[in-house]
Design a protein around this ligand. Structure first.
Ligand code: PEP
Length: 253
C-alpha cells in the first residue's frame, strides 16, 4: 500500500509574511500528522523562512524547480545543494508552467531530475497533456514520451525516489478537474510505462500524484482511485482549511 503524498505548490504567490503565516497555521493544524506525507513548495525566496515555520511538525519543504549544475556562472539559477542547505526534501521538476511558459523540454527536465537524485533531493516530476492533445487522442502518446525521455539514465533504485505528478494541463488552475476515471486511466497507463521502462515492482512502489484543480470537495473521490497516490495542489493549497481537508481526504483513502 502506497502512502498518500499531498504537496502544495504555492507557485508565484504570497509574500514573506503570508508564506510564513500559512506554513505556521498548517503546521499548527496538522501537528505530527503522519497518516499521509505532506509537503509545501513556496517560492525560492521564501524557502528559508518557511523552513523555520515548519519546524517541529511533520510537513516537509519542497522547491518549485532546480538547476542541474552544482555551482558556478549560472545567473539566476538555484542548485540542488542550495535546496538541501535550506531544508528542502523535494523539488518539483517539469511543471507544466515551466514546460509551456518557460519552454522547458524533456531533455532539460531529465538533467534536472538526475541532478536532484544525485544530490539527495526527491523529484516530483510533472507530466501531462494539453487539451488539444487529449482531444486528438494523443494523451497516452504524450505521457509515454514525457516519461521515457524524462526518465532516461535513471536506475530502478532511483526511480523509487521519484514522485510522478500527472497534471493534465487543461485542468491546472482552470477549475476543470479530470474525472476520477480519467485520472485513474492516466495513472494506470503511467504505471504500465514505468513497469516497461523499469520493472513491475518498481512501478508498484512509485507514487503518482494527480494535479489539476484538486479541491476539498473533489479530493476524496480522486484520491480514492487505486492508482492515485496523492495530489499536487495549486490554488487550494493557499487556503489552510482547504489544504487540510485535502490532506485528511488523502489519509482516509
Ligand atoms: C499545480 O499548481 O500544479 C496545480 C495543479 O494547480 P491547481 O490545483 O490550482 O489546478
Amino acid at each position: 500500500m502506497r502512502k498518500k503524498f499531498i504537496a502544495g505548490n504555492w507557485k508565484m504567490n504570497l509574500d514573506n509574511a503570508a508564506a510564513v503565516t500559512l506554513a505556521r497555521e498548517l503546521t499548527r493544524s496538522l501537528g505530527d500528522f503522519v497518516a499521509a506525507d505532506v509537503a509545501v513548495c513556496p517560492s525560492f525566496v521564501y524557502l528559508s523562512a518557511v523552513a523555520v515555520s515548519l519546524k517541529g511538525g511533520s510537513i516537509t519543504l519542497g522547491a518549485q524547480d532546480v538547476f542541474y549544475e552544482a555551482n558556478g556562472a549560472f545567473t539566476g539559477e538555484v542548485s540542488v545543494a542550495m535546496l538541501k542547505d535550506v531544508g528542502c526534501t523535494y523539488t518539483i521538476i517539469g511543471h507544466s508552467e515551466r514546460r509551456h511558459i518557460i519552454g522547458e523540454g524533456n531533455a532539460l527536465i531529465n538533467r534536472k531530475t538526475r541532478a536532484a537524485l544525485a544530490g539527495g533531493v526527491l523529484p516530483i516530476l510533472c507530466i501531462g497533456e494539453l487539451l488539444e492533445e487529449r482531444e486528438r487522442g494523443k494523451t497516452e502518446a504524450v505521457l509515454e514520451e514525457q516519461l521515457r525521455e524524462g526518465l532516461v539514465n535513471i536506475s530502478a533504485q532511483d526511480m523509487c525516489k521519484i514522485t510522478i505528478a500527472y497534471e493534465p494541463v487543461w485542468a491546472i488552475g482552470t477549475g476543470k478537474t479530470a474525472s476520477p476515471q480519467q485520472a485513474q486511466d492516466a495513472h494506470a497507463f503511467c504505471r504500465k510505462i514505468i513497469a516497461d521502462i523499469f520493472d513491475k515492482t518498481t512501478a508498484q512502489s512509485v507514487r503518482i500524484q494527480y494535479g489539476g484543480s484538486v479541491k476539498a470537495d473533489n479530493a476524496a473521490e480522486l484520491l480514492g482511485q487505486p492508482d492515485v497516490d496523492g495530489a499536487l495542489v495549486g490554488g487550494a493549497s493557499l487556503k489552510v482549511n482547504d489544504f487540510i481537508a485535502i490532506v485528511k481526504a488523502g489519509a482516509k483513502t
